[in-house]
Design a protein around this ligand. Structure first.
Ligand code: OAD
Length: 231
């Protein structure tokens, strides 16, 4: 049974109206990531960090999955169970809302809150505040359930196992600037998988891929999925 692991990044949600990080007008051109995406920034000013992710959650609620998310959901439905896994760096829920079921959020999810004291997770309300009590331990130590720079992404053991066990690795809409995700192509390739990049432009690690196609996700992802399902 051929297995496909698909890594997605902000570029797949760009045409849904959610900003990317490093493009012109990307989030990291307007915010200092040291302030809003590091444990140190959170310790300095937790309210600012909550406000930043509350705004992201608000944007996400107002956005809809696009043709690229829908195509990946079709791919999963069209192949046998267990053949398609989406590993996403995105904290939005557009893959799930498009119908994908096997989705691993390696950088966390806007939909969840996390207790910095006891590690409990719960469904995030529309807006979170630092003083919100944890429903499990009661401590006023609520934080977004988002992996920040300097923290270990989620599910790394499981992801490496999937990468070394897949036949095809596809990277969609990610700049290849942030590790460990940017190193996944080499892990999969070294283990014998074919590798394909689908992105608006060549990523920082495009040379690690066997093949690449450039264009908007809403064009090139449905086209690729049609090839896989039709072939
Ligand atoms: P980036 O903003 O670094 O890269 C987005 C990529 O998507 C770029 O290579 C764009 O060319 C491409 N792109 C933009 N619009 C596109 C479109 N319509 N169709 C296809 N591709 C498009 O975002 P990520 O690579 O996801 O982490 O960033 C990785 C991580 O860095 C994020 O998860 C986040 C960030 O800091 C944390 O916050 C921990």
């Amino acid at each position: 049974m051929p297995k496909i692991v698909i890594l997605t990044g902000a570029g797949i949600s760009a045409e849904s109206g959610l900003g990317t990080f490093r493009d012109v007008d990307g989030l990291w051109t307007r915010y200092d990531l040291n302030d809003v995406a590091t444990p140190e920034g959170f310790a300095r000013n937790p309210a600012l960090v909550h406000d930043f992710y509350n705004a992201r959650r608000d944007n996400c609620r107002g956005a809809a999955p696009n043709a690229a998310h829908a195509a990946l959901a079709r791919l999963e439905t069209g192949l046998a169970s267990g053949e398609v896994l989406v590993v996403t760096q995105n904290i939005d829920d557009l893959h799930e809302r498009a119908g994908s079921r096997a989705v691993w959020h390696m950088h966390g999810e806007l939909a969840c809150a996390l207790c910095a004291a006891c590690g409990a997770r719960w469904d995030a309300p529309a807006a979170t505040r630092p003083e919100d009590p944890c429903p499990a331990c009661g401590a006023p130590t609520t934080r977004p359930d988002v992996v920040w720079f300097g923290e270990m992404p989620y599910l790394m053991d499981e992801i490496f196992e999937a990468l070394t066990d897949c036949d095809l690795f596809v990277s969609i809409g990610t700049s290849g600037e942030v590790y460990p995700a940017a190193g996944f192509v080499r892990v999969a390739s070294d283990a014998g998988a074919e590798t394909l990049e689908l992105n608006l432009e060549a990523s920082a690690n495009v040379l690690d891929f066997d093949q690449q196609r450039q264009g908007k996700a809403t064009d090139i992802v449905p086209a690729w999925v049609a090839e896989v399902l039709g072939g």
